[in-house]
Design a protein around this ligand. Structure first.
Ligand code: ADP
Ligand code: MG
Length: 560
């Protein structure tokens, strides 16, 4: 059999165009060809389980190999294979119509990575690195004849008899001169590791030696021999494909180590698993981070059916969740469209909301299950929760029940608990509730002590994000103001009703106050008589914050 043909397409030669648009990301050809091989393997498995393929499945491994001398790179599978008719249908027509559509719609497109797979162009990405591609295949169908297809990157193809004797397909790329980097073991391994590390079918790339126990020597010590085994580069069942009930904490931690070998252990994780109205699985980890400078963003990897797509998940997860680590796998995230489309996409929005909800649920669950453990984690998760509350209304509504406010005594309160604690005691003359906070307990300790003497509680808000968080609290809490402890504030605090017996009568206090004022003889100073017990300062003299600043300025600016 021999057949030559011409692919009908309005463009004389599509390949220069593919190359031009896809220039930035040549390496994805390997992802595309290996995923095709994996798809073909999964298909034959499915046909077998449906009883439509009755033969032996045999070894289903996909193999990637190269020959530096012949300048070829081969991807072989034991999948369903293709008949000559199918080659014409799937490789010639479908791919080319996909290509036409691609060219019409995405002349301006920049990100090849996103486009190529979805337009039935995956196979043709081979021409980014090869001047000639051969396909040697034998279909699983009974009585099928092996077929060979070759194409040199023009619109002409050739189909002849093939010579494959076992079911499946070899794709042989004759690597072009500019792309010889893809005939390098290290380079190929790196690409496979990036994109194919969690594909569901074993992928062999070369061999490796392993030590195997081999009896004992004369002294009874164990002996080993070196054996050569296939080097399988992937983990075919990463944990996100399993059910949470099958997994232990150790499994989750091991997977985290596999993804981020250098990182500290995560605090906790969330297993995502939904199949309606969209399909999504994944595991998100809360990293241990104390400040935003340490945080590494873009640590979430996006997969589509276990094929790595990108670690740019900006438009798929809410901004504040970008701080998380882990994987998301969804075949329902459109990868072939522009960013603005992605933001408007219904599925993406739903996914976004789903993840936000899951994260909120998890935090709420942790909070309810073990308050003490939750408080201990707070220094690590507080930043994240506040960030989420500030940036996501939906998350705010959930998180208001488990966000914690620590005071300077390191006691933790929920918003409601804190309202109950101070709401009636700390008010100003207009009836506003006053929450005091310190952003530097060491520097502000005199004010904190003064506030505490008036029985005011002082919150600790010493993180940069707290500025925004405080503004949000003021907006959300009714008739409540948050004020930083300083001299001005202290003077205006209305002390809580004194319950302890005073050693001085009201008249005596007034007398002492006047006495002090007279002695100091400065209107810029405030005198307060508190002294109820001998441990406390009986009288404090404070200076107006404004006056104090003026004085400081005069001292430094005036030059004596
Ligand atoms: P897509 O994978 O998106 O369908 P491709 O251009 O990657 O587009 O592949 C086109 C078609 O060629 C596939 O849908 C499949 O029918 C066929 N094909 C490609 N590679 C193989 C293979 N290794 N084994 C069997 N069929 C294949
Ligand atoms: Mg494909």
């Amino acid at each position: 059999m021999q057949e030559k043909g011409n692919i009908s397409i309005h463009t004389e030669n599509i390949f220069p165009i593919i190359k031009k648009f896809l220039y930035s990301d040549h390496e994805i050809f390997l992802r595309e060809l290996v995923s095709n091989a994996v798809d073909a393997t999964q298909k034959v498995k499915r046909l077998s389980s449906l009883g439509e393929f009755k033969g032996e499945l045999g070894d289903l491994m996909v193999e990637v190999s190269f020959d530096k001398e012949k300048k070829t790179l081969t991807i072989s599978d034991h999948g369903i294979g293709m008949t000559a008719e199918e080659i014409k249908k799937y490789i010639n027509q479908v791919a080319f119509s996909g290509a036409t559509e691609f060219m019409e719609k995405f002349k301006e497109a920049k990100d090849a990575n996103e486009i190529i797979g979805k337009f039935g162009l995956g196979f043709y990405s081979a021409f980014m690195v090869a001047h000639k591609v051969e396909l040697n295949t034998l279909s699983y169908q009974e009585g099928a004849q092996p077929a060979r297809w070759t194409c040199d990157g023009s619109t002409e193809f050739e189909i002849t008899d093939g010579d494959r004797t076992t079911r499946g397909t070899d794709i042989i790329l004759h690597i072009n001169e500019d792309s010889e980097e893809f005939l390098d073991e290290h380079k190929l391994r790196g690409i496979l590791d990036k994109y194919c590390r969690f594909l569901p079918v074993p992928i062999k790339f070369g061999t490796k030696t392993e030590r195997e126990p081999d009896g004992e020597d004369e002294e009874g010590k164990p002996k080993y021999k070196e054996i050569t085994v296939d080097d399988i580069i992937n983990n075919t069942t990463p944990i996100w494909t399993k059910s949470p009930s099958e997994l232990t904490d150790e499994d989750y931690l091991n997977f985290y180590r596999e993804l981020y070998p250098m990182s500290e252990e995560p605090l906790f994780w969330i297993h995502l698993n939904v199949d309606y109205p969209f399909n999504l699985t994944g595991v998100l980890y809360f990293p241990k981070v104390k400040n935003e400078f340490e945080i590494q963003r873009n640590k979430i990897k996006l997969f589509s059916r276990q094929v790595f797509i990108t670690d740019e998940v900006k438009d798929i997860v809410p901004e504040f969740l970008m701080l998380l680590h882990g994987v998301i796998d969804s075949p329902d995230i459109p990868l072939n469209v522009s960013r603005s489309f992605l933001q408007a996409d219904g599925n993406v929005k739903k996914i976004n909301n789903y993840i936000t909800k899951k994260v909120g649920d998890k935090l709420s669950e942790l909070f309810k299950a073990d308050r003490k453990a939750y408080e201990e984690k707070w220094p690590d998760i507080g930043l994240f929760v506040k960030y989420g509350m500030i940036t996501e209304e939906k998350f705010h509504d959930k998180a208001k029940d488990f966000v914690l406010l620590p005071n300077v005594k390191k006691e933790y309160f929920t918003l409601n608990e804190y309202k109950d604690k101070v709401g009636e005691l700390q008010t100003d003359k207009d009836g506003n509730v006053i929450y005091l906070y310190s952003n530097d307990a060491a520097k502000q300790h005199t004010f904190i002590a003064a506030a505490e003497r008036k029985d005011y509680d002082v919150l600790e808000m010493n993180h940069p994000i707290d500025t925004h968080f405080i503004a949000q609290l003021e907006q959300k809490l009714e008739k409540t103001q948050l004020k930083r402890v300083d001299a001005d504030i202290i003077d205006n605090l209305i002390p809580k009703e004194i319950t302890v017996e005073s050693v001085l009568s009201e008249d005596q206090s007034k007398e002492v106050k006047e006495l002090f004022e007279k002695a100091i003889n400065k209107t810029t100073m405030n005198v307060d008589v508190i002294g109820l017990n001998p441990e406390e300062l009986p009288v404090t003299v404070t200076m107006d914050e404004f006056m104090r600043r003026m004085k400081d300025m005069a001292k430094t600016g005036g030059g004596g």
